[in-house]
Design a protein around this ligand. Structure first.
Ligand code: ZN
Length: 209
């Protein structure tokens, strides 16, 4: 889990303030420079609004996750009556690879075995959004989802499996369209129980090997 520097985003009293997030004005300047570096110096009529559109899309949506704290999203919990496995599958996400600044997108499947607390299912999808709408590595995203669940809910176990297509693999490099990268991360009981992992893989729709 990437953390802001100590004290950043915190008010005295411990309540997390809204995180600063991307700087639209700097993104606007950077977009103009990027176009100029490509060779589009004059900004033709059809491109006049492009720097503003790029700045809006990146600051408002594509990397907007820097403004959200997944642990805070997952902090509103209710007491658990029982301890049955909860699986939220097929959560769509989009992210940007930290190596090439190209999108990767796919689905995340998240599970936890409740300890004393439950969290709303929509909160899990929102936490995935908060973590994916950043510059990411798929492996790190997968691990961070598990860690956010583990630290916020203190479940008996937590698991995440992510399947994604990376544009940096399809439009450059290997140029393999349709190749999917699958990553998984486990915490708690999921690490020690192969049966629980198998149950998670089955319920989350993984193809049997
Ligand atoms: Zn990449």
């Amino acid at each position: 889990m990437s953390r802001h520097k100590a004290g950043a985003g915190k008010r005295p009293g411990g309540r997390a303030a809204r995180r600063p997030g991307p700087d639209r004005a700097r993104l606007l300047r950077a977009a103009r420079q990027f176009l100029a570096a490509i060779g589009e110096t004059g900004l033709r009529r059809d491109m006049r609004q492009t720097p503003a559109r790029v700045a809006d899309a990146w600051s408002g949506e594509i990397v907007s996750g820097y403004r959200s704290d997944p642990r805070r999203i997952l902090s509103r919990t209710i007491p658990a009556q029982d301890h049955d496995l909860v699986v939220v599958r097929d959560i769509p996400f989009t992210s940007v690879c930290v190596h090439h600044l190209l999108p990767f997108h796919g689905t995340a499947h998240v599970a936890y075995l409740p300890g004393k607390r439950l969290v709303g299912l929509s909160k899990i999808a929102r936490a995935v959004d908060a973590l994916s709408r950043r510059l990411q590595l798929q492996e790190r995203l997968t691990r961070q989802v598990v860690e956010a669940l583990a630290s916020s809910l203190r479940p008996i176990g937590a698991a995440c499996r992510v399947e994604a297509e990376h544009l940096c693999m399809s439009i450059r490099g290997a140029r393999k369209t349709g190749a999917r990268v699958v990553t998984s991360a486990y915490a708690g009981r999921f690490r020690t129980s192969p049966a629980l992992r198998t149950e998670f893989l089955r319920l989350s729709g993984a193809r049997p090997r």
